[in-house]
Every structure is written in C-alpha cells, then in structure tokens.
Design a protein around this ligand. Structure first.
Ligand code: SF4
Length: 269
C-alpha cells in the first residue's frame, strides 16, 4: 500500500491528513474538508469499512501476476480531474487491479481504456489513454468520481458500505455544484446512488425516480437557477464491450451530448 505523502504521483494526501476510521468520522471529515483538494486527500486515506480496507490491502499485497513487479496504491481512489468541472462522470467503485493499483479512477483496466479513448475523442481528456498517476493525462472541464471509493470483492459493495461512503460524494457534489452542469452515471448502480445525493443537496428529484438507460436524460432543479442534467450511460465493462451492449459509438454519443449540455467544457480547464 502507498503510504500517504510518500511520493506516489498525484497523491493528494500527506502523513498529516486525518484518517476516518468509522462512519461518523467519514461524515465529519467530509463535511469539514473545505476544498476539493482536501476532500480528495481525506477520501484517499479513509479506513471506515473494515471489509473493504482488508480486501483492497490484501489485493495490493498479493497482486495479479502480470503486475507483480509494480507497487499497488491499495487505498481509496479519490475524485480526480478538474476542480471546477462542468461535467462529472460517476462510476460505481474502483477495480481491484485498476484504480486500486494505479491510484487513479478508471485507470489501469480495460474499462478505463475504453472510457478514456472516448473522452479523448470527445474533447474531454487531453490524451487517449490513462495509464498511471503522473502520466500527464488530464480531464478538460470534467471530473471523475465513484459512489464507493474502495475496490469491493466481486465489484459488489454492500448497502452499508455504500451508505458509509456516501458523505464523501455528498461533500464533493457540494463543492462542485457552482460549476457542475451535467452528471454522467456509468452503470445502474451509480445512477441509483446519485438520486438520494441530489435530494439531500436540495434538488427536486422526480418520483418515481427516472429509469436508467443508455442516453437517458433527466434535468433536475434546485433552488434559484440551479439545474443539472443527469445522463445514463452503460458501463464500459469488459462484458458490456465484448457483447456489444455498449460500443465506442454509443459512448461517444453520450459524451458528445454531455458536451452539448455543458457548452463551456471546451474552453475552461
Ligand atoms: S468505501 Fe468509502 S467509506 Fe468505506 S473505507 Fe473506502 S473510502 Fe472509506
């Protein structure tokens, strides 16, 4: 596991970053971070979910054979990208040998390869690939985050783990809200996880909740002139891409639409 502040590229934390060790501490540290950068730092050292901490660190210690010579991050994967984004891309959780290895969300696995290639084609990423923290990749007026920040066994967090992690996302949404115009949810879980967060943030969420689908769009309004468009996108998992359930063209269509909905996304970095 990469010790906080030990020199891992793009590590937002230091040895002094406060560590949340239970759900109450997550709520407190998320609410008091005060900036996107400090929030990412606090997210990246969290130890509140015993099962997920054990799993992420075991994976980081045992490694996959093909990555045996590489260090693993082995910590929560924090939100990453622009700190004043027009677009937020929300996923479920990092992959055991992807984000949990590289320390950057959607980086180091095939899902991320497909996703970043699309973001680059659509003008939302500076490079077509995201390989490792410190590789020079950056998002353009966009940010990525996850509903659960530690790699879960079989990619399945429990409802309790989802709820324990929720304040990290709530605080991130609160920090980003002045700039955010569009949220693209990658997969059904992220879609489901978002609505309670938007309700808590003061947005009027339709009832029943909008159905998830690729390209599904819902505009939600908060107080005053605040509004956001939530867009559904099939997750670019290997299973979905191999079976053709989601194709490059389908991803490009979603991110092209996201750019249309957030028209300043090509000028603000
Ligand atoms: S899943 Fe979230 S709340 Fe649980 S340990 Fe990881 S970062 Fe902390």
């Amino acid at each position: 596991m990469a010790a906080p502040g030990s020199g891992w590229p793009e590590d937002p934390a230091t040895a002094a970053t406060p560590v949340a060790s239970d759900a109450a501490a997550v709520r407190e540290f998320a609410a008091t971070a005060g900036s996107v950068g400090e929030l990412a730092a606090r997210q990246s050292v969290c130890r509140a979910c015993e099962r997920l901490v054990a799993w992420r660190e075991e994976v980081a210690a045992t490694k996959r054979r093909s990555f045996a010579a590489q260090p693993y991050w082995g910590r929560p994967v924090p939100g990453w990208g622009n700190e004043r984004p027009r677009l937020l891309i929300l996923g479920l959780a990092p992959a055991a040998h992807g984000g949990n290895r590289t320390g950057r969300i959607f980086t180091g696995d095939r899902s991320g390869d497909v996703l970043f290639a699309s973001l680059w084609r659509c003008g939302l990423a500076a490079r077509p690939t995201s390989v490792a923290a410190g590789d020079g990749q950056r998002l353009i007026s966009a940010r990525m985050s996850a509903a659960v920040r530690c790699a879960p066994p079989e990619n399945k967090p429990t409802p309790q783990e989802r709820d324990t992690c929720a304040p990290w996302l709530a605080a991130e949404l609160a920090e980003l809200q002045p700039w955010l115009r569009v949220i693209v949810c990658l997969g059904h879980f992220a879609w489901q996880a978002l609505w309670p967060q938007l309700t808590s943030a003061g947005f009027a969420v339709p009832r029943p909740r909008p159905a998830f689908g690729h390209g599904a769009e819902t505009e939600v309004h908060g107080g005053g002139t605040r509004s956001l468009t939530v867009v559904g996108c099939y997750h670019p998992s290997q299973q979905n891409t191999f079976t053709g359930r989601v194709t490059d063209a389908m991803l490009d269509a979603v991110f092209t639409r996201a750019r249309e909905l957030a028209p300043d996304s090509t000028t603000e970095e």
